[in-house]
Ligand binder design. Structure first.
Ligand code: MSP
Length: 531
């Protein structure tokens, strides 16, 4: 049965479905910000976009967290979910679907999928023995454990011994098929370092993994044996599929997969790579469904060079960060300062310095001083310049004409830091151009035309910079656009069909004397610090 019928220009992407054992932390915010930036960029390109996020609510870890507070697990989950929703609002995340794995319609999707894999003969009963990390919800190899049988990821938690009858998924059967798939789809796993990690893991030989648990109630019963509860990861990965259902659609795989499948991108952290790049594709192969296009595993965030954790007492609260500095600031810092895919650090002094240098000084001041000069020297009007008459050697025009393509490539490759660097180099060149050309002295010398060319070139460069950064700093970009006379709010792009299409707005030279300039106002206030 062919369930997939993707025809339109669509782009569907996911964040992980976050565990609700606790309120969201900066790691969850990091992936979600990146996903939102990609979604916004794809919308500018004119694609129909579906950004899926949500929560993973079953399994032992959640059951125990609920029990610690003496709450029924569903109540416990219902209590945590709003903290994710409100953080996404604070961070200006424009998600389309919020998928909760405890939703009843998710169970229908899980059952139907299970049935397909079952009928394919890929599920059998066997004995599961091994060390289990409840925090990872994963069996660990003994050789990977730290001293005192602690988990290498949750370094303060000891793994637990399990010996039970479980249902297994026949992963080993897909060894060759997976290897062939990786060969024929070299971009499936990114970045390259993660791809190599997966290749090495698969090359060691794949072992079947258990997909059910006994002595655990909190989860869906195995459809063929209600004595067993489905393993949380089997259910969670399918949360991506359930999220594709239209709100009022009957929960069937055919309805879910019709428009958006195969998914274009799963964004995840490096710790859950195996699930997405090995287990998930094999499960889909078993169910005879097409595989997603790309899985990107980003790095981990540290604070002041140290792993973050409650026991270390050095967690970074994303709410406090946004409340103190604003959502654009937080979004910008993490994407500009860290190469996506590598680990990266948060340090408050560095954070403040970067924001002051890039957003307050380089970008904000440039707009402000230029608008003030336009007020003084050009009666507050965009100079009537035909951009094609500006010589090709004009440094801003030369850079500006190439910038759109370079930044598009950077966003497409999820190289957010590169996108920021390219844009910043135009901004810095604009500051230098003003200093070199000194329009104030050209004005004194009566060289009005030259003054106008300089100011036009700079204003247009600020506009282009604002446009290309709009997926990352939508509020600042909207303010800049509004001061340049565009009634465009980049936070409203989602609702109104592409107000500022990439093909037009990413080119240098669209500012016209028809724009009514607004009052110059700082778009990002310098952060003062006593330190
Ligand atoms: N529930 C699973 C995902 C199921 S997807 C079908 C899960 N949830 S999680 O809440 O534990 O983790 C979600 C994401 O947060 C993971 O991608 C993980 O890599 C990321 N991070 C957790 N701590 C992090 C940092 N310190 N830094 C960056 N990301 C980190 O796993």
């Amino acid at each position: 049965m062919n369930l997939v019928n993707k025809t339109e220009k669509t782009f569907a992407l996911t964040t992980p479905l976050y565990y609700v054992n606790d309120v969201p932390h900066i790691g969850s915010a990091y992936t979600t910000i990146a996903a939102d930036v990609i979604a916004r960029f794809q919308r500018l390109l004119g694609n129909q976009v579906l950004l899926i996020t949500g929560t993973d609510e079953h399994g032992q870890k959640i059951q125990r967290s609920a029990a610690t507070l003496g709450k029924p697990p569903q109540d416990f989950c219902d209590g945590i979910v709003p903290s994710f929703l409100s953080l996404w609002d604070l961070l200006d995340i424009q998600y389309d679907r919020f998928s909760r794995t405890t939703a009843p319609r998710h169970q229908a999707i899980v059952n139907e999928f299970f049935q397909r894999v079952w009928e394919n003969g890929d599920i059998y009963q066997g004995e599961q023995k091994g060390w289990y990390c409840v925090s990872c919800e994963e069996f660990k190899e003994e050789r990977d454990l730290l001293e005192d049988k602690r988990c290498p990821i949750h370094t303060t938690k000891q793994v637990e011994w399990r010996d039970e009858q479980n249902y297994f998924f026949r992963l080993s059967k897909y060894q060759t098929q997976l290897e062939e798939f990786y060969q024929s789809h070299p971009d499936f796993i990114q970045p390259v370092s993660r791809r190599n990690e997966v290749f090495n893991f698969v090359a060691q030989g794949l072992q079947d993994f258990s997909i059910s648990r006994v002595n655990l109630d909190w989860g869906f019963p195995v459809p063929v044996d209600s004595q067993h509860t489905l393993y949380v990861w089997f259910d969670a990965l399918l949360g991506y599929v359930t999220a594709l259902l239209e709100p009022d659609a009957e929960p069937t795989l055919a309805n879910a997969l019709q428009k958006w499948w195969p998914m274009n991108l799963h964004l995840i952290g490096k710790d859950i790579l195996r699930f997405h790049a090995v287990y998930w594709p094999a499960m889909l192969m078993s169910a005879s469904l097409p595989l997603p296009e790309r899985v990107f595993g980003h790095g981990f965030l540290t604070k002041d060079g140290q792993k973050m954790g409650k026991t270390l007492g050095n967690t970074l609260d994303p709410i406090a960060l946004v409340e103190n500095y604003g959502s654009d600031a937080v979004r910008y810092y993490f994407l500009k300062e860290i190469e996506f895919g590598k680990d990266g650090d948060f340090n408050e002094i560095r954070f403040i310095n970067v924001l002051n240098a890039d957003l307050a000084n380089d970008l904000g001041n440039l707009l402000n001083r230029t608008l003030n000069m336009v007020k003084k020297y050009c009666v507050s009007q965009v100079p009537s310049i035909n951009p094609s008459a500006i010589p090709a050697e004009n440094p801003l025009k030369a850079m500006g004409l190439e910038l759109g393509d370079k930044v598009q490539q950077a966003y497409t490759g999820l190289a957010f830091n590169e996108a920021c660097h390219y844009v910043l180099s135009l901004v810095q060149a604009s500051n230098k151009f003003i200093d070199d050309q000194a329009p104030w002295s050209l004005y004194k010398q009566g060289k009005q035309e030259e003054v106008e060319v300089v100011l036009y070139a700079v204003l247009e460069s600020v506009r282009l910079a604002a446009y290309l950064l709009s997926p990352i700093i939508p509020n600042i970009s909207s303010d800049i656009y509004q001061q340049l006379g565009w009634g465009i709010n980049f936070n409203e792009q989602k609702e109104s069909a592409n107000l500022a299409p990439f093909c037009t707005h990413s080119t240098w030279g669209i500012l016209s004397d028809q724009q009514l300039l607004g009052t110059p106002k700082p778009v990002f206030k310098r952060i003062e610090t006593s330190k």
